[in-house]
Design a protein around this ligand. Structure first.
Ligand SMILES: Nc1ncnc2c1ncn2[C@@H]1O[C@H](COP(=O)(O)OP(=O)(O)OP(=O)(O)O)[C@@H](O)[C@H]1O
Ligand SMILES: [Mg+2]
Length: 413
């Protein structure tokens, strides 16, 4: 069998180690997730009797993160032979190696029910040996202890238990720092990687990070340098990730928001409105694509043509192209200029008063929500009433998309 694997050398140490805890902090885009997925696929293929459980705080987010990474790795590595070697099931999610019966399953620790489910894991062959905790900072120390307890008992000669955690170091007071980084322990391998050590990162990504260094130094510490930092001044807290209905008939209203971009992301959100709550159903989030390409994606991605699409009014040419393609694209009527403080803040105030439910497939929107924050006055340390002008494209799209609900039916464009 000929398997193609392209890897980043910085992770070699993690992949070779047999320590119980592999704790991998890193910047955004350092390659942690891709490398971890590839390594598990190789490990399960080679070592009989090993089984993996992938854990996210919220079970439903596995599909678009750990599961997507692992299946992506399989198709990259095995090409047309993928299905010969691996059995990939969608519901419930599972991946089984057809050669040796080793298996991968997916769990969450969000509530008692999910935690109980974690305690009763069995595999057709062998024991649970490996755990991948993706975005590990979402978990509490108690969550980790439940998982840790699962990895006990005698193993056959040569086998070992291992928990691998991958995350951005979002909070310097986090228990993970205290437990794993501040106290030296032979059972622990602490690892650090950044986008600069990822040989697959392109120039456009590097340039965006350079810009972040300028406009958002605090965010750059975490997402650019992969160092422990702190995200203060978050704008929205009133959101959750939920398996919400994709059936548009289930909502009182449906609309679309679009923020145009090329070097910045072009973000399109499909939004629902029900009983005063906002639902983010789908996203299209792309860099460096021209309008024709994005229209193609919207046509394939179930963005409806019979719902109004509220767009950034600064680009009438692009709005026209969307209209010509059959979409109900309209400019958001700005009472004042988009960068006007009171205009944006009015929208933010309104958003803060609702509940916002996000479908787990909207991974980029979730990333933005986790770090959309107020600017800080470097001298006084106080937060200003303007959002940081970085990684806020889905947020702009959200602001535009809800305008008709915010302004009520009296709002005529
Ligand atoms: N081994 C690889 N082969 C090909 N491309 C890779 C590889 N590793 C990383 N990449 C590229 O780098 C990008 C970032 O990698 P990845 O998503 O693993 O980063 P990450 O460290 O998990 O980031 P985040 O902290 O944002 O989750 C990937 O989307 C992919 O394009
Ligand atoms: Mg990742």
């Amino acid at each position: 069998m000929n398997i193609k694997v392209q890897a980043n050398p910085i992770f070699k140490e993690c992949n070779k180690s047999k320590k119980r805890y592999i704790v991998m902090k890193g910047s955004a885009g350092s390659g942690k997730s891709v490398d971890t997925a590839q390594n598990y696929i190789l490990r399960l293929l080679k070592d009989n009797g090993r089984n993996l459980v992938c854990v996210r705080k919220s079970d439903i987010t596995n599909r678009d993160s750990t599961f997507a990474e692992l299946t992506g790795a399989i198709y990259r590595m095995f090409g047309n032979d993928a299905d010969k070697y691996w059995l990939i099931k969608q519901s419930p999610l599972s991946i089984t190696c057809r050669i040796n019966g080793n298996q991968i399953i997916f769990r969450g620790v969000n509530d008692e029910k999910q935690r109980e489910k974690l305690k009763s894991i069995t595999f057709p062959k062998g024991k649970l040996t490996d755990v991948w905790i993706e975005e590990a900072t979402e978990l509490t120390q108690a969550d980790l202890e439940i998982i840790d307890d699962r990895l006990r008992g005698e193993l056959p000669e040569g086998q070992f238990y291992q928990i691998r955690m991958t995350f951005n170091p979002v909070n310097r007071n986090h228990w993970i720092k205290k437990v794993f980084f501040d106290i030296p322990d032979d059972n622990v391998l602490c690892h650090h990687s950044t986008y600069l050590t990822n040989r697959f990162i392109d120039d456009a990504y590097r340039q965006r990070m350079e810009r972040r260094k300028q406009v958002d130094p605090e965010g750059y510490t975490i997402y650019g340098l992969g160092e422990w930092g702190e995200i203060g001044g978050l704008i929205l807290h009133n959101w959750d990730v939920k398996d919400i209905s994709q059936n548009l008939d289930d909502y009182d209203g449906v609309s679309i928001g679009q923020d145009f971009g090329f070097n910045h992301a072009n973000a399109i959100l499909l939004l629902g409105w029900k009983d005063g709550d906002i639902y983010i159903l789908r996203e299209i989030y792309v860099f460096e694509k021209d309008t024709t390409e994005i229209i193609e994606m919207a046509l394939n991605g179930d963005i409806p043509k019979n719902k109004v699409m509220w767009c950034d009014s600064a680009e009438p040419d692009r709005i026209k192209m969307w209209k010509n393609a059959g979409f109900l694209a309209k400019p958001v009527k700005k009472t004042k200029h988009a960068k006007d403080k009171s205009y944006v803040n009015g929208q933010i105030d309104w958003l803060k008063q609702r509940k916002i439910h996000v479908h787990p497939s909207c991974v980029n929107t979730i990333k933005e929500l986790q770090q959309w924050k107020w600017q800080k006055d470097e001298k006084t340390g106080e937060y200003l009433d303007m959002p940081v002008d970085f990684q806020d494209d889905a947020m702009a799209s959200l602001r535009y998309g809800v305008e008709s609900w915010r302004k009520g039916s009296s709002w005529v464009t």
